[in-house]
Design a protein around this ligand. Sequence first.
Ligand SMILES: NC(=O)c1ccc[n+]([C@@H]2O[C@H](COP(=O)([O-])OP(=O)(O)OC[C@H]3O[C@@H](n4cnc5c(N)ncnc54)[C@H](OP(=O)(O)O)[C@@H]3O)[C@@H](O)[C@H]2O)c1
Length: 309
Amino acid sequence: MLRIVAHGFGAPADVLVCEPAPRVEPEPSGVVVRMRASAINPSDLVSVSGAYSFRIPLPFVPGFEGVGVIDAIDAEVSGLRMGQRVLPLGSAGGWQSFKALPAEWCIPVPDDLSDEQAATAYVNPLTARLILRTLAPSPGMLVAVNAANSAIGRILLRLLDAMNIRSLAIVRSKQAMALLADEPICNVILAGEPLPPLDGGFDAIGGDDGAAMAQAIRSGGALMHYGLLSGRPLPPGLRSVKPFWLRNWVHAASRAELRAAMAEVFDDIRSGLAATTIEACYPLSAYRVALAHNAQASRCGKILFKPQL
Ligand SMILES: NC(=O)c1ccc[n+]([C@@H]2O[C@H](COP(=O)([O-])OP(=O)(O)OC[C@H]3O[C@@H](n4cnc5c(N)ncnc54)[C@H](OP(=O)(O)O)[C@@H]3O)[C@@H](O)[C@H]2O)c1
């Protein structure tokens, strides 16, 4: 039983350690989930950096998404059973062998989804559906997606294509451009190239790149701003910017709304629209190698922890 723990905030390589984990028991109305696979996402690393130190007490185990099976269950819990495969959502803590959480935050996983697809079903596929719903583009419109080689960028490109919306993919290197060859894209350009007038945009970068996209949006369109990969916020005063943070949506939604949204996402994964490519899986003990692999430019898939490896 292992866990990857941040005892302080800072660079992941400096502050994370892998240590033996004590056995945990379910809280009242809670369960313990034996983790089978957990993703490494930018939001996990941002949390380790200390960006959310006002609401994350130390020490903490990162990992906002993953899949596991129920290993212990409080007697008061109904609607879940021992051995059931679930997504344990609503909190960090995926990067460990066992995660304890309130039963109400467990989303049952359909049998036909692999552990890999289930472990990556939440953060990016759900966000993509929600920000697309908010932007609500119409067929024939032109919508740009930056950091297009990211897991969520690829999902957005496929969802746009399925809705007959023209997409402009923006990447930061020719290598990333080549990696997008299999995705349905109307056009692809390098960051910094001039942008045509856009009906909408999805910005995962912020800073100058996000600002350039915001300035290219036609009157009446909107920029969905959902990431800060540049580490810099959008400059103030841009019109048409709609920020989106999954955590805010999830904690404001009812559990029934969350389950309904995840059912839609599971369908998107089955159809391939929201399927995520997995580049490599590592045991928790190899976390340094896993994080270094995750930091490589032009990855073509997600890195997962699998505690049982
Ligand atoms: N707001 C929310 O609720 C929410 C939810 C989901 C995701 N997100 C955000 O969406 C973004 C992508 O997440 P992901 O899981 O899809 O990422 P990912 O698959 O791990 O890939 C990271 C991507 O970021 C690109 N990248 C890294 N630094 C960059 C920079 N400075 N400028 C441009 N591109 C850069 C990489 O480009 P290369 O391919 O060129 O290496 C790669 O495509 C993150 O910012 C994440 O926080 C936000």
